[in-house]
Design a protein around this ligand. Structure first.
Ligand code: FES
Length: 105
């Protein structure tokens, strides 16, 4: 994907569906994009408990539930909301220009 300054284009806005995760790569990092009713958000895709991809879990009320042991993370902030995970996942700054979605590297 093309890089522009500190931003990397990671998706087309038209590829994102509300309530579903969109998996992307930011350098070597696995991230997932989420389209909520007030914007697009990006957080790390690997659960902080054991190894599971959060993008394979369920989106509910602005949170993503890990598919393995059901920890929950806030999609806007990456904050851990429910055990068994205790650490937050990283959250990334997103900007949308036209149909292009960028994440700050
Ligand atoms: S791996 Fe996500 S809660 Fe255990």
């Amino acid at each position: 994907m093309a890089e522009t300054g500190g931003w990397q284009r990671v998706a087309a806005l038209s590829d994102l569906r509300e309530g579903e995760a969109f998996v992307a790569k930011l350098g070597d990092a696995a991230i997932a994009l989420y389209r909520l009713n007030d914007g697009v958000y990006a957080i790390g895709d690997v659960c902080t408990h054991e190894f599971a991809l959060l993008s394979q879990g369920f989106v509910e009320d602005g949170a993503i539930e890990c598919p393995l042991h059901q920890a929950k993370f806030d999609i806007k902030s990456g904050r851990c909301l429910a055990a068994p995970a205790t650490e937050d996942v990283k959250s990334y700054t997103v900007k949308v220009e036209g149909n292009d979605v960028f994440v700050r590297t």
